[in-house]
Design a protein around this ligand. Structure first.
Ligand code: CUA
Length: 316
C-alpha cells in the first residue's frame, strides 16, 4: 500500500533503502503513538480537580527509568546506524566482475562510455541483474548523478574520480537527473537509464557504431602528449615505468606506501608533485588544465591495461 506512493524499486539498493525507510517510519509511528497515549492519559488523569496523587516519585524508580530509556534509545540508534551503513557499503561497492561504465558530467549533459568504446549522451543502457560500476568525473563543476528508481545519488566532482555501483533488478526506462545545482540549465540536465534484458543489451551494444575504447584513446594520447618519452618501458629517462603499476603498492619518497588505484594514477597526472615515487626526482610537469577530464580518464584506462596479468588470467 505504502509502496504505491514510492518511486519504482528498480535496483538492489532501492529495495534496501526502502526497507530502511519503512522500518524508520514504523519506529517513528510507534514512538509517536506512545507519546500521544501518554499525553492523553496524563491530561485526563491529572486534570484540574482530580484526586490523583501528585507527590514526588521515589528516586530509585526515576533513576532506573532514566538509565533504561537512555540506553534503549542509544542501542536503537546504533542499530539503525549499523543497518543503514552496512547496506550502503555493500551495494555501493561494485564487485570486481562488474561491468565498468565511464561517466563524464559537464554543463549540462551526462556523457557515458562503455568498455567497448560505445558512447552515449544523456542516456545509459545497462543489462538487468548485472553489477555495474560507474567511474565518474566532472569536466567543470560539481554535478550529482541521481537515479531515483535506483535510490542512487552520487556527487560527481571535477579533478576527482568517484565510483559507485548498482545492480538493476527490473527492465524499463528510468529518469537520470542531476541533483546538484550546477548552473543555468541544471534543471534540464538529465536523461534516462534504460535497463534491458541481457541478450537485448548485448545486441544493442554490438549495434553501436565502432568506436575506439577508452584505453585505445589513452594509448594514442600517451604517445601524442609525450608521456611515452619518459614512461615507456624502453625509455632511458629516470621515470617510473608503468607496466604492472595499476593495483600495485607504491612506495613514495616521503615513506608512505599507497595503492596505485585509479585515483592515484589520476592525481599523479594532475598533481605529480604530491605523491612522488621513492627514488625519483619530482620533475614531471602537471597536466592540470592541459588535458581534459576525458583525456585523463582515457590515459588512466590505458595505464590500467598495462597491468601485469595475474597468474591464470589472460593478458589484456
Ligand atoms: Cu549538473 Cu546540476
Amino acid at each position: 500500500m505504502l509502496s504505491a506512493l514510492m518511486p519504482v524499486e528498480a535496483s538492489e539498493q532501492a529495495a534496501q533503502t526502502d526497507h530502511l525507510f519503512y522500518m524508520l517510519l514504523a519506529l517513528s509511528a510507534v514512538i509517536l503513538l506512545l507519546v500521544l497515549v501518554l499525553v492523553v492519559t496524563f491530561s485526563i488523569r491529572y486534570r484540574r480537580g482530580s484526586p490523583a496523587p501528585r507527590g514526588k516519585l521515589p528516586e530509585a524508580i526515576t533513576r532506573e527509568f532514566e538509565i533504561g530509556w537512555t540506553s534503549a534509545t542509544f542501542f536503537v540508534a546504533v542499530f539503525i546506524f549499523w543497518w543503514a551503513a552496512s547496506g550502503q557499503m555493500g551495494t555501493l561497492a561494485a564487485p570486481p566482475n562488474a561491468i565498468e561504465i565511464h561517466v563524464v558530467a559537464k554543463q549540462w549533459m551526462w556523457k557515458t562510455q562503455h568498455a567497448n568504446g560505445a558512447r552515449e549522451i544523456d542516456e545509459l543502457h545497462v543489462p538487468v541483474d548485472t553489477p555495474v560500476r560507474l567511474v565518474m568525473t566532472s569536466q567543470d563543476v560539481i554535478h550529482s548523478f541521481f537515479v531515483p528508481a535506483f535510490r542512487l545519488k552520487q556527487d560527481v566532482l571535477p579533478n576527482r574520480t568517484v565510483q559507485t555501483g548498482f545492480r538493476a533488478t527490473k527492465t524499463g526506462v528510468y529518469h537520470l537527473l542531476c541533483a546538484e545545482f550546477c548552473g543555468t540549465d541544471h534543471s534540464r540536465m538529465g536523461g534516462r537509464v534504460v535497463v534491458m534484458e541481457k541478450d537485448a543489451f548485448a545486441r544493442w551494444l554490438s549495434a553501436q557504431p565502432e568506436a575506439d575504447t577508452l584505453a585505445d584513446e589513452g594509448r594514442a594520447l600517451f604517445v601524442s602528449r609525450g608521456c611515452a618519452a619518459c614512461h615507456a618501458d624502453a625509455s632511458r629517462v629516470a621515470a617510473p615505468k608503468l607496466t604492472g603499476v595499476y593495483g600495485s603498492r607504491v612506495k613514495l619518497a616521503d615513506g608512505r606506501t599507497v595503492e596505485a588505484d585509479e585515483a592515484y594514477l589520476r592525481d599523479s597526472i594532475l598533481q605529480p608533485g604530491r605523491d612522488v615515487v621513492a627514488g625519483y626526482q619530482p620533475i614531471m610537469p602537471s597536466y592540470a588544465g592541459v588535458l581534459s577530464q576525458a583525456d585523463v580518464q582515457s590515459l588512466v584506462a590505458y595505464i590500467r591495461t598495462l597491468a601485469a596479468p595475474k597468474s591464470g588470467e589472460p593478458a589484456p
